[in-house]
Design a protein around this ligand. Structure first.
Ligand SMILES: [Zn+2]
Length: 126
């Protein structure tokens, strides 16, 4: 999984974050073994900003991928940076038990998406 973190670091270098200056890189590994990377893309209309994690997921899904094995998120913040609630929900749609790797310059932590999102929204038939 070191390679996945490396891809997240590379993606972070492409961050478009002129407003927050908070650069995030994400790399998503599919069950088929491919890796899709993403970075956060901000906008002057702040609400239009998209997180690195969702950029990676949308790239992968657009390429036909539906099952994911792991996601690495890298920032240079002192604290590890987990995916926001919206990104957790988007990831859940495709792979509920995927591995999430949080990394910064000091270290890393691995956990399951189900730990990060214990009560997800799921579509029910009413
Ligand atoms: Zn997010």
């Amino acid at each position: 999984m070191e390679e996945l973190i490396k891809k997240a670091i590379e993606a972070r270098d492409e961050s478009y974050s002129p407003y927050s200056h908070f650069k995030v890189g994400a790399a998503l590994k599919t069950r088929s073994g491919k890796v899709y990377a993403g970075t956060n893309v901000e906008n002057a209309s702040y609400g239009l900003t998209v997180c690195a994690e969702r950029v990676a997921v949308y790239k992968a899904v657009s390429a036909g991928e539906r099952e994911f094995e792991a996601l690495a998120v890298f920032t240079e913040a002192d604290e590890l940076t987990p995916p926001c609630g919206a990104c957790r929900q988007v990831l859940w749609e495709f792979s509920k038990d995927m591995l999430i790797i949080l990394a910064n310059t000091k270290g890393e932590k691995r956990l399951r998406l189900s730990e990060l999102l214990p009560m997800p929204f799921e579509r029910k038939e009413f």
